[in-house]
Design a protein around this ligand. Structure first.
Ligand SMILES: [Zn+2]
Ligand SMILES: [Zn+2]
Length: 347
């Protein structure tokens, strides 16, 4: 029987290792990792993981390091690409992939899915993609079948990732096999997801949650998510000050008013006074709500933990150990796994 897999193509954030810098997570005992948040969903004949038996590959985000990774794995073009938001560490590989596809397929345009606001923003950075990409619009909250990938659907949900991430979204994939659901949620980068009551139900019990985990403790000015809130740690008041100043215009403006489906999310949030309490501000809070089987924290930086909380930046082993202690203390019904590049996870 054919089987689905998730592969980690890159787990680094925007600039995990600046030129001239060492980072315990990205240099620790191995080659330096490139800035690259990228993942693949793959379908292999009989579950045999080689190029010959690969039926299709769906790529999620393509940052600086995605091309070297693809060249060094199967050296083939993924059938389709999804983009969560228009930041460099998620989009700089698009051109190389689309050019390759265009050349090898008699000038056919390469299929890329994103929200319209995200795609418009990408085109301001790399305008000629307009000539070589077949753009597919994702509407928030609307389940869409993926073209030419049988049985796979995707739903985009809005996320707030600061003021410069137009059309940012998280992506829920469902790969149906003999009528059985195989769900996986990629958060993209975020400060908080914007989910309706019905979405929480839809996301409950996903097999994998692949989540931005930029810091262990919150520092919202980084525009990234933390793993826990700061209740149990020295609270330097960064989070509370930010939350006090948060307003709905700030949250919804960067998401792009032109995106269909956004109104239903904003109206549910506005409905009732305590809208700030309805949002999840940490990965731990979302995990409590949707209870994924396995949670994969990616995009770790740790810089703000060190700077504002006086905690050391961890290596992979250190983060793994810290998460196990957290799992034990908070009694999560998920298993945290810090993924290595190139690692496969099965469904
Ligand atoms: Zn990023
Ligand atoms: Zn980002």
């Amino acid at each position: 029987m054919n089987k689905f897999f998730l592969r980690i193509n890159g787990r680094g954030n925007a600039w995990p290792v600046l030129l001239g810098q060492h980072h315990p997570f990205y240099c620790y005992g191995s080659n330096v990792e490139y800035a690259n948040a990228s993942f693949s969903l793959l379908n292999f004949r009989e579950g045999i993981r080689d190029k010959k038996n690969l039926i299709w590959e769906v790529l999620i985000d393509a940052g600086h390091g995605t091309i070297p990774f693809l060249l060094n794995s199967f050296n083939r073009i993924p059938e389709v690409l999804f983009i969560t938001h228009p930041h460099f560490d998620h989009i700089l590989g698009i051109d190389w992939i689309a050019q390759s596809y265009y050349k090898f397929n008699s000038k056919r345009k390469y299929p890329v899915y994103a929200t319209r606001a995200c795609w418009t923003s990408i085109l301001t950075t790399i305008p000629h993609l307009n000539d070589i990409v077949e753009f597919h619009n994702l509407e928030y909250g609307l389940e869409t079948n993926v073209k030419n990938i049988k049985g796979v659907s995707v739903t985009a949900f809005p996320v707030y990732h600061g003021q410069h991430a137009y059309g940012a979204c998280m992506l829920l994939f469902n790969m149906k096999n003999n009528y059985q659901d195989n769900k996986i949620l990629f958060t993209g980068d975020l400060l908080c997801p914007i989910l309706r009551h019905e979405d929480i139900k839809e996301l409950k019990g996903v097999r994998y949650l692949v989540s931005d985990s930029n810091n262990r403790f919150p520092y919202p000015r980084s525009n990234h998510w933390s793993i826990v809130n700061s209740n149990a740690y020295p609270d330097k008041k960064h989070f509370q000050t930010w939350k006090d100043g948060l307003n709905l215009e700030d949250i919804f403006e960067p998401l792009g008013k032109t995106i269909a489906g956004l109104e239903t999310f904003s109206s549910e949030l506005k409905n009732g006074k305590k809208w700030k309490e309805k949002l999840c501000y940490t990965l731990a809070a979302l995990v409590m709500k949707i209870q994924p089987e396995i949670t994969l924290p990616v995009h770790y930086s740790g810089q703000e933990d060190e700077k504002y909380y006086g905690e050391e930046i961890l290596c992979s082993t250190g983060l793994r150990k810290w998460l196990k202690e957290l799992e034990h203390r908070i009694n999560f019904s998920t298993s945290f796994e810090v993924p290595e590049n190139g690692r496969y996870y099965n469904f």
